[in-house]
Design a protein around this ligand. Sequence first.
Ligand SMILES: Cc1cc2nc3c(=O)[nH]c(=O)nc-3n(C[C@H](O)[C@H](O)[C@H](O)COP(=O)(O)OP(=O)(O)OC[C@H]3O[C@@H](n4cnc5c(N)ncnc54)[C@H](O)[C@@H]3O)c2cc1C
Length: 430
Amino acid sequence: MEKEEYYYKCVQGEIEGKQAHDTLLMSKSKRRCVWVPGPVIVGAGPSGLAVAACLKQRGIPSLLLERSNCIASLWQLKTYDRLRLHLPKQFCELPLMPFPAHFPTYPTKHQFIHYLETYAQRFDIRPRFNETVQEAQFDSTLGFWRVMTHTTEYVCRWLIVATGENAEAVVPEIEGAAEFGGPIKHTSLYKSGEELRGKRVLVVGCGNSGMEVCLDLCNHNATPSLVIRDTVHVLPREMLGKSTFGVSMWLLKWLPLRIVDGLLLLLSWLLLGDTARFGLVRPRLGPLQLKNLSGKTPVLDVGTLAKIKTGHIKVCPAIKRLKRHTVEFVDGKTENFDAIILATGYKSNVPSWLKEGEMFSKEDGYPRREFPNGWKGESGVYAVGFTKRGLLGASMDAKRIAEDIERCWKAEAKHSTTAFAPSLFSLSIS
Ligand SMILES: Cc1cc2nc3c(=O)[nH]c(=O)nc-3n(C[C@H](O)[C@H](O)[C@H](O)COP(=O)(O)OP(=O)(O)OC[C@H]3O[C@@H](n4cnc5c(N)ncnc54)[C@H](O)[C@@H]3O)c2cc1C
């Protein structure tokens, strides 16, 4: 099929669909075919919302596809009750809309979700929910991206990947897991220590989530132990009355990274003591250097370390195998537990659906190019929220992407009928 004919049929399909209550032209794969005049954004988390808002502000409509039934599904469906933003609010706001002044420095997850819902309303962002993108591929003959969901093929000029660094839970295989007999669940399913009151719980993984889940369990009179297999930097969340993150950003304006790392470690030692004494051995590289090189985030302590020091949380080595309600550790010791929580992190799902070999690594699903250059690929594909720099990184990406697409949008509107004509049918997108 010729490019123009295919494009025409897609547009025609959309018009006919509107007139005939969704009895649309079907593409070859029996999916209905819909032309999208602006970018298609995959994922309605904070990153997807941020880029949709920045585009909207520049007069560019976009279509947001979300596999779940709500915006920010990670925050709404997969986080524990006591979660607050780890970083102060000024480092977590999305472009064009600050947090309300009355919000605390570290907003609760409910406040953050409320902020995101208000954000979506303010920019009239209306994602299409329950639309999992199963495949997206650039059709070099047509010069368009073809984005497939279960029912629909969307055809567009620009594709923005916003499925996040936390799209799928990482669940390690543990020998004997089937024998254990008690619940073994990932933190994405953990809500509160209430459900484990009085129980002996082993938490695997000592990132921010693992440390905080241990604290939550203590506060609900459970008895947590924490598996620490690797070295880890634990820093106080605040230093000298300021957030550690803010202090680091400020120091980095004046001093080289290695000196800032040295100062952070000195202050942490003064405030927290020698963490290695309690089983939390620090990596050889400083916290900021390690973050830059590997993306590994330091733990910002919110009270867990004090519980480790007092023995309310026991530190354990890696698991060797499980038996019935028993864990055997690599040092040969065994201990009984009622439940296991896996704070073993998340991974990107991009390689499972994006058929593209250049921009994203097939191994880890992140852009191959290092920050700050990973946001743009070839043929109109973009990535938002893959910087390993949280919401601040996502906001930077979103602004750059909107600026870049605006340039092409304006240029194409001048020179091409295809960029201009579909705007007649932009009713379907926000
Ligand atoms: C417990 C926890 C606490 C955190 N705290 C902070 C913090 O304080 N500050 C900070 O800056 N960062 C924090 N982060 C990092 C976090 O990744 C970001 O805050 C933020 O959620 C990233 O937004 P995102 O939109 O890139 O990804 P997500 O929030 O993961 O959103 C991606 C969306 O894409 C959807 N999706 C995935 N695959 C598909 C598909 N194939 N088709 C359609 N839709 C799809 C998902 O359902 C999801 O809604 C935290 C992360 C976690 C897990």
